[in-house]
Design a protein around this ligand. Structure first.
Ligand SMILES: [Zn+2]
Length: 65
């Protein structure tokens, strides 16, 4: 499977692609595409969606340093 042709390219590093992560809602329903993470470990660009609000970079900030 050619991942880079399925998922959108990372706009930050232009090397990795953004892959979707799923999560589960309060009622057990699967939330598809809850968050997107860059596949480039040097980039760690992340984007997540909480209650309709988009947050950028909050996921990876904790793991730096
Ligand atoms: Zn990236």
């Amino acid at each position: 499977m050619e991942v880079d042709k399925i998922y959108p390219p990372c706009q930050k590093c232009s090397k990795g692609v953004l892959i979707p992560l799923s999560d589960y809602g309060r009622e057990g329903a699967t939330i598809i595409f809850k968050a997107w993470v860059c596949t480039n470990p040097e980039c760690c660009y992340s984007l997540r969606i909480d209650n309709g609000e988009v947050s950028i970079g909050k996921v990876s900030n904790h793991s730096l340093k």
